[in-house]
Design a protein around this ligand. Structure first.
Ligand SMILES: Nc1ncnc2c1ncn2[C@@H]1O[C@H](COP(=O)(O)OP(=O)(O)OP(=O)(O)O)[C@@H](O)[C@H]1O
Ligand SMILES: CC(=O)N[C@H]1[C@@H]2OC[C@@H](O2)[C@@H](O)[C@@H]1O[C@H](C)C(=O)O
Length: 399
């Protein structure tokens, strides 16, 4: 057996693994690096976050990714180059973080790399009869494995599609394993560029568990801020939106899309929710001349209503606990809007469950890599063809 294969086999037999989870999401703000100690697997998984870093991308890198991100036509040479570049660059960022944390690469068992989504095209979005769900993440795992010397699991979404899903949300697996609680209905809400949540019923019935995207979190707000104000990437603390008033007609027009009528679970992305989407809604609502503050207030309300409506549909007439993660939890107006729209629910930051909310998605990928490598059957069955019971990810060996 080769050294790497032997090493992989040894790691698969371990009961405790040190795993680095990586996430670079649709907001393109940087790379989240979560160093995790994972014990056990499946329903016996215990996870401790040992270290966490977010390394912001430079404006130049953001610009280069944006040029090929969620666009139907791009420069294919740039896609090809960025695929190799991001893999290798993420490896550099890991090595720097490990140095900072005083940890040798040999102490790490696995890297779990999400990569950078550059296009997400579920069939419901591309609408081409007979063509499959599809999604594309770049930043190849081989570059991470070779440069760091650490076995890398990456490209988690393809097998999900191959097995009947849409390639997302993958949060369902980790959320179920880490956060299910007997006796409490939970919504694990993540507000990134796109907002999604996992429903965890208090009776722990896996057949009722699901994760779904619910529409925009920050993505249109961010796009509008960046377009309107060259030096602003997002509406810090929701201040601009809070200085305006939302326009009811515009909010209604924003909500009037087939995506909101599709059943759960469903997925989406900035391929749909972008500035063009806003422009069309403004035309429908006949409100092209709103101030920037009023547009931001409307977009903020739109995100909140989309999220709240989906949650109320999931836990009909009930109450429950909502644990929030993702950058949108720092947007005060969005939080106020959500609390107003969901008066029967308790909204808390994920910190309350002992996990850094900014680290959550990176942590969830560490859990997926752990499941991929664990020398045990996957003891998960959601009974939902869109949430396949399958090990996800591709394994890259360093030599
Ligand atoms: N202080 C803040 N005030 C308002 N918004 C904030 C603040 N901090 C972060 N955000 C928002 O959060 C976004 C980043 O969130 P996050 O990193 O969770 O998204 P992501 O992981 O890239 O997206 P996704 O989960 O869709 O892949 C920023 O682009 C911004 O819109
Ligand atoms: C294709 C893709 O990258 N989707 C992301 C995105 O960001 C949030 C939402 O849209 C979610 O569906 C998914 O990420 C999380 C981590 C998931 O798969 O659960």
């Amino acid at each position: 057996m080769s050294n790497s294969l032997e090493h992989l086999y040894q790691i698969s037999k371990k009961n405790k693994r040190v795993i680095i989870g990586l996430m670079s999401g649709t907001s393109l703000d940087g790379l989240d690096i979560a160093l995790c100690a994972v014990e056990g697997s499946g329903l016996n998984t215990q996870l401790k976050l040992l270290q966490f870093n977010t390394v912001p991308y430079t404006d130049d890198l953001k610009h280069k990714i944006k040029n090929i991100f969620s666009k139907r036509q791009v420069d294919l040479e740039q896609v090809c180059i960025l695929n190799a570049y991001l893999g290798s660059f993420h490896a550099d960022l890991i090595l720097k973080s490990l140095l900072q944390w005083n940890i040798r690469p040999a102490e790490v068992d696995l890297i779990a790399s999400h990569g950078q989504t550059i296009y997400h095209a579920p069939a419901a979005l591309h609408g081409l009869p007979g063509w499959p769900n599809a999604t594309l993440q770049i930043g190849d795992g081989d570059h991470l494995a070779v440069k760091t010397g650490i076995i890398t699991v990456s490209d988690f979404r393809q097998k999900h599609i191959a097995a009947g899903g849409e390639g997302a949300p993958l949060a369902v697996y980790g959320d179920y394993l880490l956060f299910s609680q007997n006796g409490q209905d939970r919504i694990m809400l993540n507000i990134g560029g796109i907002a999604n949540y996992t429903y965890l019923p208090g009776d722990l019935d896996a057949k009722r568990v699901f994760s779904t995207d619910v529409g925009p979190g920050n993505t249109i707000m961010d796009a509008y801020m960046q377009h309107q104000f060259r030096d602003k990437y997002y509406d810090k603390d929701g201040e601009l939106a809070a200085s305006g008033t939302y326009n009811q007609e515009l909010v209604a027009a924003l909500l009037d899309n087939e995506f909101f009528r599709q059943p759960f679970p469903k997925t989406t992305g900035p391929e749909l929710f972008n500035l063009e989407y806003l422009k069309t809604a403004q035309q429908t609502a006949n409100c092209q001349n709103l101030s920037a503050a009023n547009i931001m207030a409307s977009l903020n309300r739109f995100s909140a209503v989309g999220i709240a409506t989906a949650i109320r549909e999931t836990i009909k007439g009930g109450t429950g606990a909502i644990y929030i993660s993702g950058g949108g939890m720092h947007n005060r107006l969005l939080q106020q809007n959500l609390q107003e729209l969901l008066p029967q629910f308790t909204l808390s930051p994920l910190t309350e469950l002992g996990v850094n909310p900014d680290a959550k998605e990176a942590v969830l990928f560490a859990v997926l890599a752990n499941e991929c490598i664990a020398n045990q059957n996957l003891d998960l069955d959601f009974g939902n063809p869109k949430i396949p019971t399958i090990r996800l990810g591709k394994i890259s060996l360093p030599d």
